[in-house]
Design a protein around this ligand. Structure first.
Ligand code: GLC
Length: 526
């Protein structure tokens, strides 16, 4: 068997750069701040950091609207500070993954300014321009993911352009070979600078239907649900041709030494998700698996998605799991503080690469954002759907701004930040931070947790249990999703030794039967 690659054995930590560490007092995090916190990440025990976008941007969507793909926004630093970050991370054995945003540019990107300047401009075809529909309105019925129409009219040329997100984020035309060439040069630019891979934004939406057919109405849509879900995204996303592009991106990465990784942001049901491993595994290495985000927090349902996912994986396809990111409510808010610890044990003991979202290791919850402090453009367009609450500053110490900034933080810190901060939790032996750190250390110490097969055990009451089995070692994981204690009788629970409990100070370490406390998870070695 081939030895596993770093992105198979390692753990990815997502940093939202605006909110991690500010060093110049403008209230927004920067690259220098990330450099200063690298030792924290080493101490925590992660292997790679993924940075949400740091490129020049008008910040209509906080960096996901890029006006220069090969620069650094002055808010975050400069190319020098980026090079310094790469060197400092690599010196500590940490990999660096960048966010690559190929679906759209900013409307201020020079390419779009040119494209917009006239119907005959050579860059016209770099974006998706269409004539008005028969009644003079938009060319078809597509909706923006942030609510409203996916088409904006350009008075000067009398045509509409397509934007899957904000009007400030026009979609590129990936059927155009020049666009592909230009975007592949972007990938090379960063690979040449030493980045270890990319998380590719909305990768499954790069190609749209060539006839721009109307999307079908979604009969299940109900008022109160997201506007975009009024329609089924049949023609605007997950088109078969997208796989050719991904194969090209992957082939480009393969020309570089050092196992550079390609990760795709893909919100699709399992059977369509796994297609993104590509024919002969020549697609993305890791199609992000978001199944734990949408699922009801229930052991039977979770056992089912693990089983379905494990059996849908193509031969040789490496699994991965995610609990949260900058677009989702935080795990501790979704399942509550006690279950957030169980979730941590689940994430870090399932088979596959885990991705952690900054602050989740502190048990951070979504911060209520007063209306006047809302920044997320989505929340402003579709009230109730904001992401600001999950993007608030990382609390480092008990000082007034949590050690995040000496200025005014761009989003408020959590009300409990003086107690829920790295400095405090690092010295509390039972804190969520200590739990994460011990789980990460266990993965390094016990190969079964990384290499082992996933062997499901029967769900008993509210307890999800499984084994990770490798040659010579067998780890048993039992996670109590309920508040009541449960007695786990017989093999493989009896006579095992508890390596780690979410309670951290569990005694006794072994017993028959094993009594699992309410909301307790344990890892046993048998
Ligand atoms: C992805 C990003 C999200 C962004 C959107 C548009 O879903 O994760 O934050 O708003 O793409 O780029």
């Amino acid at each position: 068997m081939e030895p596993l690659k770093w992105w198979q054995t390692g753990v990815v930590y997502q940093i939202y750069p605006r909110s991690f560490q500010d060093t110049d007092g403008d209230g927004v995090g920067d690259l220098e701040g990330i450099i200063r916190r690298l030792d924290y990440l080493v101490w925590l025990g992660v292997d790679a950091l993924w940075l949400s976008p740091i490129y020049p941007s008008p910040m209509a969507d906080f960096g996901y609207d890029i006006s220069d793909f090969t620069g650094i926004d002055p808010l975050f630093g400069a190319l020098d500070s980026f090079d310094h970050l790469i060197a400092a991370a690599h010196a500590r054995g940490l990999r660096v993954i960048l966010d690559f945003v190929p679906n759209h540019t900013s409307d201020r990107h020079p390419w779009f300014l040119e494209s917009r300047s006239g119907r005959h401009n050579p860059k016209r075809d770099w974006y998706l321009w269409r004539d008005p529909g028969p009644g003079g309105g938009p060319p078809n019925n597509w909706r923006s993911r942030f609510g409203g129409n996916a088409w904006t009219y350009d008075r000067v040329s009398g045509q509409y352009y397509c934007h899957s997100f904000l009007p400030e984020q026009p979609d590129l035309n990936w059927r155009n070979r020049e666009v592909r060439g230009a975007m592949y040069r972007v990938l090379r630019f960063w690979l040449d600078r030493g980045v270890d891979g990319f998380r590719v934004d909305v990768i499954s939406s790069l190609i749209k239907d060539d006839h721009f057919r109307d999307n079908p109405i979604n009969p299940g849509w109900q008022p109160g649900q997201r506007d975009v879900h009024r329609l089924i995204q049949l023609y605007s996303a997950d088109r078969p041709e997208v796989h050719d592009i991904i194969t090209e991106m992957r082939a480009l990465l393969e020309t570089y030494p050092g196992d550079r990784v390609l990760i795709g942001e893909i919100y699709l049901p399992i059977e369509r998700l796994v297609a993104y491993y590509g024919a002969d595994l020549k697609g993305v290495h890791l199609p992000f698996n978001f199944q734990l985000i949408g699922v009801d927090w229930d052991p039977i349902g979770i056992a089912r998605i693990i089983r379905e996912y494990e059996s849908a994986l193509p031969e040789g396809g490496w699994p991965n799991w995610v609990l949260g990111n900058h677009d989702q409510p935080r795990i501790a808010t979704r399942v509550g503080p006690a279950q957030a610890r169980v979730a941590a044990m689940l994430l870090l003991t399932l088979r596959g690469t885990p991705t952690l979202y900054y602050g989740d290791e502190l048990g951070m919850e979504d911060v209520p954002i007063p209306p006047e402090r809302i920044r997320d453009p989505w929340a402003l367009r579709e009230p109730g759907f904001g992401r600001d609450g999950a993007r608030t500053p990382m609390p480092w110490d008990p000082s007034p701004n949590g050690g995040f900034t000496t200025g005014q933080p761009w989003l408020p810190l959590a009300a409990d930040h003086a107690v829920r901060c790295v400095k405090r939790l690092a010295s509390e032996p039972r804190s969520t931070l200590s739990l994460y750190r011990q789980l990460l250390a266990l993965r390094r110490a016990h190969p079964a947790l990384v290499h082992g097969r996933y062997v499901p055990l029967e769900v008993k009451g509210r307890v999800l249990a499984y084994m990770r089995q490798s040659e010579g070692e067998r780890a048993v994981v039992a996670l109590n999703f309920g508040p009541e204690p449960v007695a786990m009788e017989g093999a493989p629970f009896a006579n095992g030794r508890v390596l780690l409990s979410t309670e951290l100070n569990r005694e006794p370490k072994s017993a028959s039967p094993l009594i699992l406390g309410g909301n307790e998870g344990v890892i046993l070695i048998t």
